[in-house]
Design a protein around this ligand. Structure first.
Ligand code: MF3
Ligand code: CO
Length: 252
């Protein structure tokens, strides 16, 4: 069942999204060679506390951290750890914020110092893919239109879209219906309706889209050891089109 949200509920999720977006903007300033994902984890934990919000991922299905911090070939759900990031690395920081019971979810990939031209392109294409997906998130379209737009664009740029992890509805819990794949056929899937709130979160790989699971049961990485990037927003469907609840650019 797809739970539709009222304008009031969307407004509450937007407040949550604003805290999350502000946190990412701070991370952009502090992520550089030498920092550890453990320090990033503690920064986020503290930032959310200071803003009266709760890190929703902590304790979710036994996950122990406020953030997922996925480095280089790690696709998602990397654990924060104590070895420093190096110049040329990329790191995806993903978090879910709970503010007064309303959730928002957003991931961002950061370049650590200078990265290779190829890696720069991977980040650019992945971010652009997210926005191409968001463009399709309008009343009357179908969920499949989102994934189709993303996949077509990513593959035209010579990269691949991860199949094993997808976007999802979100509200008072992290994972709701609908499923939002970042690949597939146009005109398929549920029709997009006013009041839907879901994430779009393409993970894009430099090489093959196949992933393998680490022994920790959480962290997925590429099977060829090549880099993977991800940008994720939580969006709400309104009569006037999609609203990006986790938008960083609209913050003052
Ligand atoms: N933020 C993730 C997503 O985009 C969910 C993380 S699940 C957790 O879907 F257990 F790692 F928290
Ligand atoms: Co997320």
């Amino acid at each position: 069942m797809i739970v539709l949200k009222s304008p009031r509920e969307i407004e509450m999720m937007k407040k949550s999204g604003e805290i999350l977006a502000a946190c990412h903007k701070e991370l952009a300033k502090i992520i550089k060679p030498g920092i550890t994902t453990w320090e990033i984890e503690n920064f986020v934990d503290q930032f959310l506390k200071e803003h009266g919000a709760v890190p929703e991922q902590k304790g979710y299905k036994g996950y122990q951290y406020a953030t997922c911090a996925s480095i280089n070939d790690e696709v998602c759900h990397g654990f924060p750890r104590k070895d420093p990031l190096k110049e040329g690395d990329i790191v995806t920081v993903d978090m879910v914020v709970n503010y007064n019971g309303a959730l928002a979810d957003s991931a961002w990939t950061y370049a650590v110092g200078n990265v290779s031209t190829k890696t720069e392109k991977l980040l650019e294409v992945t971010k652009e893919a997210l926005y191409k997906g968001i463009e399709q998130a309008k009343i009357g379209n179908r969920i499949g239109d989102i994934g189709h737009a993303i996949q077509t664009y990513v593959e035209s740029e010579g990269f691949s879209v991860v199949r094993d992890f997808i976007g999802h509805g979100i509200g008072s819990v992290i994972h709701e219906k609908p499923d939002v794949p970042h690949f597939g056929l146009p005109g398929k899937g549920p029709r997009i309706k006013e009041g839907m709130v879901f994430t779009i979160e393409p993970m894009v790989n430099e090489g093959t889209y196949h992933t393998q699971m680490d022994d920790n049961g959480w962290t997925a990485r590429t099977i060829d050891g090549k880099n993977s990037a991800q940008y994720e927003h939580t969006i709400a469907i309104t009569k006037d089109g999609p609203i990006i609840l986790t938008d960083q650019d609209s913050l003052s």
